[in-house]
Design a protein around this ligand. Structure first.
Ligand SMILES: CC(C)(COP(=O)(O)OP(=O)(O)OC[C@H]1O[C@@H](n2cnc3c(N)ncnc32)[C@H](O)[C@@H]1OP(=O)(O)O)[C@@H](O)C(=O)NCCC(=O)NCCS
Length: 295
């Protein structure tokens, strides 16, 4: 059977791309077609792999948030694996990264088969993320708002999130426990890092903390926690817990039954906070890297 790898162009292509992700990662939120369009850029390549017109896999390649990196994400539907489709997709994506002029390939795997595939192509582990899940089965007691803090949502105060990039966002991004510094532009801060809802802690009108959710239209009863962060001068006053409990209370009020969060393995403080709140550790994701052209 002839394998065909073609770029996603139409909304139908984008929807077919989404369906592969949903089939391969049913436990994760998949971005909507509208969100995929918002992130359209010449740097990003999305492809579909078809055999005799039937979609068997997909791929995505883009400039990575990790400085100097280009991400490659091949995915193959389970019933079509071990026939070289993943290899063909990976080669296609690597050629795209070559056009971006970055030296390092970045990938991820959260199951043994994908890890074996990645090792086969020279990728090595550079970091780990842990998924923690909380089942909501009753009301949430929110701790009192710490003194000097007002909590609002980014949605009710347009412009605050955009304004927070310099004095809050850059420190929050730099504080993440990553192997390579992240290079996040102000546009990317607004497009990729803002939750809906996103609770913001304000001190004298300035953002000093945040915690938010990414809702999942494909699974309306679950959501992913997005960035939880507190600026260093406001730490140690229970603000992170307060903000996180606000998101959980919001989730209960809106009929959600499950929330999950991915945290870098090295971020012991956040993982301990989640465990204390009652989250169970549910999955480990391995982040991988390789020189574009291995020696
Ligand atoms: C990773 C993935 C894309 C591989 O797709 P695939 O079409 O099965 O891969 P290929 O058939 O091209 O495999 C190439 C080689 O990788 C290795 N490999 C792939 N799957 C493996 C497995 N389950 N166990 C051991 N080795 C494996 C083998 O060396 C294989 O060669 P072989 O079949 O001749 O032994 C697929 O498992 C997948 O979609 N995983 C989930 C998404 C993901 O994590 N993608 C990112 C990976 S970096």
């Amino acid at each position: 059977m002839a394998l065909e790898i073609t770029r996603c162009v139409t909304d139908d292509d984008y929807e077919a791309w989404r369906q592969v992700r949903i089939a391969v990662l049913p436990y994760e939120r998949t971005v909507t077609v509208a969100e995929l369009h918002e992130a359209d850029s010449p740097d990003r390549l999305m492809v579909l792999a078809r055999e005799d017109g039937v979609v068997v896999g997909h791929g995505l390649s883009d400039r990575s948030d990790s400085a100097g990196g280009g991400s490659v994400i091949p995915r193959v539907l389970p019933e079509h694996r071990r026939r070289g489709i993943g290899t063909a997709l990976l080669e296609h994506l690597v050629e795209h990264v070559r056009t971006l002029g970055v030296p390092t390939l970045r990938a991820g795997a959260d199951d043994d088969a994908s890890l074996a595939f990645a090792h086969r192509f020279g990728f090595a582990e550079v970091n780990r993320e842990v998924e923690q899940t909380f089942h909501l089965d009753g009301p949430v007691d929110v701790t009192p708002t710490p003194d000097g803090i007002e909590v609002v949502t980014a949605q009710e105060r347009p412009g605050l999130w955009e304004a927070s990039y310099e004095r809050f966002g850059l420190e929050a991004i730099a504080g993440l426990s990553v192997d390579t510094p992240l290079d996040v532009s102000p546009e990317n801060w607004v497009r990729e890092w803002l939750g809906d809802p996103m609770f913001l802690a304000l001190a004298d009108g300035e953002v000093v903390g945040c915690a938010g959710l990414g809702l999942d239209p494909d699974h309306p009863t679950r959501a992913e926690h997005l960035l939880t962060a507190v600026r260093s001068d406001w730490r140690g006053r229970g603000l992170a817990i307060h903000l996180k409990l606000r998101t959980l209370a919001w989730a209960v009020d809106h009929g959600l039954t499950e929330v999950y969060t991915w945290t870098q393995d090295g971020n012991a403080a956040m993982r301990a906070l989640n465990t204390r709140l009652g989250y169970a550790t549910t999955r480990v994701g391995i982040q991988l890297a390789r020189p574009l052209d291995p020696a």
